[in-house]
Design a protein around this ligand. Sequence first.
Ligand code: ZN
Length: 334
Amino acid sequence: MNNPQSVNPVYKSLWSLPILSKVQIFVWKCYEYILPAKTVLARFSNGHDTLCSMCNSGSHELPEHIILHCDFSKVVWSITPFADAIEQDSSLNINLKDWVIKWLTDVAINKNAGDVFSIAWSIWKDRCYHVFQGKNLNHHLTARLFLKLVNDTKLYLHNSDIHVNTRSVLVVDKTIDQVTSSLPIDCHVVFSDASYDKDTNLSGIGLVLTDLAGSFIGCKLKAGNVRKAEEAESLALLEAVNWAKDKGLDKVCFVSDAKAVIDSFSSSNSQSHWENKTVIDDCKSIISCFSLVRFEFLKRNNTMLADKAAKFCRRSRTSGEWMGYIPEFLNSTM
Ligand SMILES: [Zn+2]
């Protein structure tokens, strides 16, 4: 990175920490105080709800609250080896920026910084699932998420010498975490999905843009008419590619649960009986503007937000774009 950030010792420690890049980005956002907590988002939009919905204690959802003070997070920390240390941090009332600095630079504790940040990331991740997808919180499940993350980190870092810059190995039921762990930190992810009703031929395209850490950046909907479901899926991908280009993105990973569409990109010889070849060819001509592009098929449980957006789009016939804040139709449980 060729900017003043690279000389900041905190950045140096952070970017050299042996953790997955999505966790690094998350920690970076904590340090910069731009983690999109409700109180942070409220700065940009009036009337934004700012109360923490993890503990329902009436506390405002500050970044510190989510990671250190929330009753739910405290229960998660309590079942980790860092319960005492985090309890101390919590009682110190330090802000999240100082908290990151402390764990990165204090030589007595910084050997555990990677694990502590991975746990914090897991809390944040489950907080997001809870807020955006209505998932019930369960501290045991959050604990399992970070144990898996710690495991994935070790596996990935162990294998990175071999696999880095090579195409990720195809595994059954790949997860978004596996996909993002092999991408550079400045890569964006566009989730696309289409919803189609064969009785009316009405379709809805839902696109969700996030950074590599999974933080929401924007959403786009496009309502339309198509002849069949496959056409809707391929148009969704074309819309995603065009959107990424319009947004000036440089490194992008496109994620869809439409296997046939994604396969038509992966196979070098286009043997697939894919009938929307012109749409796919359009996509292929556009993607030359990206310095890195990846197409990934993931099962629907990884693309729930785009799925929700597409359904809302089809049912309500809404088209539009929402950047920087999460539109109401993604917040509400459908
Ligand atoms: Zn709370």
